[in-house]
Write a protein that binds this ligand. Sequence first.
Ligand SMILES: Cc1cc2nc3c(=O)[nH]c(=O)nc-3n(C[C@H](O)[C@H](O)[C@H](O)COP(=O)(O)O)c2cc1C
Length: 363
Amino acid sequence: MKNTFGSSVAVTIFGESHGNMIGAVLDGLAPGIDVDENFIASQMELRKSVGSLSTARREADEVKIVSGVFNGKTTGTPITLIIENKDTRSKDYGELAYKARPGHADYTAQMKYHGFQDFRGGGHFSGRITAGLVAAGAVAINALRKKGIYIGTHIFSCAGVFDRDFINLKDDINTLNSLDFAVLDENAKNEMMQKIEQAKRNGDSVGGRLETAVIGLPSGVGEPWFDTIESVLAHILFSVPAVKGVEFGDGFEIAEKYGSTANDEYYSENGSVCTKTNHNGGILGGITNGMPVLFRTAVKPTPSIYKEQNTVDLNTMQETTLQIKGRHDPAIVHRARVVIDSVTALVLCDQLALRYGTDWLAE
Ligand SMILES: Cc1cc2nc3c(=O)[nH]c(=O)nc-3n(C[C@H](O)[C@H](O)[C@H](O)COP(=O)(O)O)c2cc1C
């Protein structure tokens, strides 16, 4: 039942959508790492709901650091980050105590927590809980950047519209980190936004795929067999609500190729071994090979839609219908990208600490 992930650097999340506060505890990070509160705030901005493409719930998302940081640096003790919930409207959720939303976790939470769960706003299963991950992830992202490791995610596709491919990873990552709607091609961005607006007008929702690149990771990172880079990344990526698929490198398409096209041939450059292509996404045998780590995450359409849907009244076990009232995102994918960057950074800090020792990140 625990809510902690990581071995050497571990993150614990807590809170419910309509409780007093939510947050995260980041434990095991080396002492002496810079903690930039302005950077944390700017990462929180990227997750916030803005304009008409996101939920009408508006949260200030101010992060308070209540432990583990002194004079702008980590102390090496648990970093506790809290965020108040201010814009709650619990009355919209009364019916959801017994009418499970299709596609959401209401029914499964009821089965696991026997009715003791706080169902308001999706409770502990709300996308809101990812705010704590973004706050903790900002600390991790900053630590990685100091070591020359950069992460960037774009909306690869949304509602059938595709962004352009990555071209120059360094430049693209730089661009993406300043965009609040992370699409590299301007036309694709406008088209995706229109599709989201259209779905919203129809009382519906759309999904999308995110593509992430990590550059600057040394080769040789990853633990054998059960804690491979792929397994630990997939583990945390699948923990993000609404994520239903993860693929590395060419992903599922690699299965359709010949070995001669799937293999990444080696060459040598300035004393380093590089590959000419990167179909394997920078990971072989679960261990980084020094090439960019590439993966995609499939994010489903928001389950809470405004069209009438069939469900079951869990009190009477009678079939009934449900008309959702609360405030919801017509798409999750654009808000999820900073969550993906954040959880990626948390996993990589853990793996790097396992490989080089806890103090490496601060050196
Ligand atoms: C950033 C973010 C925002 C989300 N916003 C909503 C929302 O407004 N309404 C909703 O029904 N689900 C939302 N979700 C998704 C649900 O939390 C998720 O679908 C649900 O917990 C069921 O989990 P599963 O889809 O992983 O099976 C959001 C997820 C994320 C990551």
